[in-house]
Design a protein around this ligand. Structure first.
Ligand code: BG6
Length: 491
């Protein structure tokens, strides 16, 4: 597939949140970097009753807002010229016929290589897949690609049903299950850090590591996405996919070769080794909460329940923290603490590896009252960086220690989330599936979180809250096993 670039790239949900925040800016940046083939055209498919000109104005407004100083009129003109607009409801067969007409415009018959990007609510995936096959777009007619956003299903059963639906019409090598965290530099760098440094590998295990914590904190609230989010919640939106993927990258064994399937095999082995949480232990392994009103820098922030589109008495979680154990030789008894939330204090994404205390507190008697253990910190937000915290002697009299930081950052500029999409969209266009999920990864990740989902679904009448703009509920600390463990809220 790699040698025949697609002729069309169809975006379902072109006026939606994902397209606005991530897809359109990333595609524009690929245009700016001359990465798009001259013949590639885009079709924006959306419900709004627009003509081409209204779409073009919308596209310009979105890109100006998202790209700010990076916006260039001449690149925009080139980029916007690639677009056609198809108006239609996803459930309306007539809309797909209009799409078909558009696809066959440049030459008679539809070209055999089209990317269909489903930037729509997951509940609408099955409908679109069926409608596409009804108009003759499926494996039988060409090598089209279909890109499916997470969450892939609502739970393990619906994920299997969605997968079966996809496979009725498309082959596995046409299906791109996207998790944009796999396109982030830090995630890819984690593999290099672990497997290209012989210094690291011998200590990367239960003998030296006390625990691992992974945080994905966002200051934004649910915004205009309540229609999807209120039925999903933080566990499905972030933990089952992004956090689980990060966990597998931290925990996996080195693959025999750096090939897509070898990597996925190792990730699946990790997911299969995660100890299932028994139904009566969910409360000691997972904690959920929802943001109440609050403020940041004097600015009042509304409660989740007051956001547009959220059900009046919703108990959907906007924060989740959970603890998992991986029962294998490398990780047995090392807890992995994961947490994520909306309307938290800062934009902050960090993988923090905490090492054990030294076996003997030698410097205690010499004056050091307390020695913090070593940490390795791999940060994605607010900037991409890599730090190792070590102890050194404080210069001068006495035997006091202080933390010195080895800065192994390979980039100083702030990272942008568009970069992840840029990498992955280029892979879709070029037909490279290495950074996309295989179904067994998705399935095993659901198996890990399903006990939590089931338990929570039985108690939907109450949810704890945390003030918007805070670091989340204090009770999230109850997952820790000892007093010296704590959530790290700074790099
Ligand atoms: C998406 C979630 O997958 O990831 C959003 O659906 C979340 O709720 C986003 O805001 C976070 O991505 P990033 O790259 O901004 O950390």
């Amino acid at each position: 597939m790699a040698d025949i670039g697609p002729c069309y790239f169809v975006i379902f949900g072109a006026t939606g949140n994902l397209a606005r925040r991530k897809l359109l800016p990333a595609l524009y940046q690929l245009e700016a970097a001359d990465q798009l083939h001259a013949d590639l055209r885009f079709i924006a498919f959306a419900r709004r009753d627009w003509q081409a000109q209204a779409w073009r104005e919308h596209l310009g407004a979105v890109l100006r807002e998202q790209l700010a100083a990076d916006f260039r009129d001449e690149i925009f003109a080139r980029f916007a010229d690639r677009f056609d607009f198809v108006q239609g409801d996803l459930r309306e067969p007539e809309a797909y016929r209009r799409l078909m007409d558009e696809l066959s415009k440049p030459r008679p018959g539809v070209c055999e290589n089209i990317v269909f990007y489903l930037a729509i609510a997951p509940a609408e995936f099955p409908e679109v897949i069926e409608q596409l096959s009804r108009i003759g777009i499926s494996r039988a007619h060409g090598r089209h690609r279909i890109v499916v956003e997470k969450p892939f299903g609502q739970d393990i059963e619906s994920a299997r049903a969605l997968n079966a639906g996809l496979h009725r019409h498309f082959d596995e090598d046409q299906i791109f299950r996207i998790d944009h965290y796999l396109g982030k530099e830090t995630v890819q760098n984690l593999l290099v850090f672990r497997f290209a440094n012989t210094l690291i590998e011998p200590i990367w295990n239960r003998n030296y590591i006390d625990h691992v914590q992974i945080t994905l904190a966002e200051p934004e609230g649910v915004g205009s996405r309540a229609g999807y989010y209120d039925g999903a919640g933080a566990l499905r939106d972030m933990l089952q996919n992004h956090l689980m993927q990060l966990l597998t990258f931290v925990a996996m064994e080195p693959p025999a070769i750096l090939d897509a399937d070898a990597l996925r095999d190792e990730k699946v082995k990790v997911l299969r080794s995660i100890r299932p949480i028994p139904p009566d232990a969910v409360d000691s392994h997972a904690y959920r909460a929802q943001y109440a009103s609050g403020q940041v820098g004097g600015k009042a922030l509304a409660a989740y329940l007051a956001e547009p589109g959220v059900a009046a008495r919703s108990t959907t979680e906007t924060f989740v923290a959970a603890k998992f154990y991986i029962d294998n030789w490398r990780w047995r008894s090392v807890p992995f603490f994961l947490r994520t939330g909306k309307r938290l204090a800062e934009s902050y994404a960090l993988i923090a590896i905490r090492f054990r205390h030294p076996p003997q507190l030698l410097f205690h008697e010499a004056g050091a009252a307390h020695i913090d253990p070593n940490w390795i910190l791999l940060s994605m937000q607010p900037m991409e960086c890599m730090h190792i915290d070590l102890h050194a002697k404080e210069p001068g009299l006495g035997m006091n220690t202080r933390i010195v930081r080895l800065n192994a950052s390979y980039r100083q500029a702030p990272s942008t989330t568009m970069e992840a999409y840029k990498t992955l969209l280029l892979d879709v266009i070029e037909g490279d599936r290495s950074l996309f999920l295989r179904f067994d990864e998705v399935e095993w990740a659901w198996r890990v979180v399903d006990p939590i989902l089931r338990h929570w679904s039985r108690s939907r009448d109450y949810i704890a809250t945390y003030p918007a703009g805070s670091w989340g509920p204090r009770e999230a600390a109850r997952l820790f096993e000892r007093d010296d463990q704590y959530w790290r809220n700074e790099i």
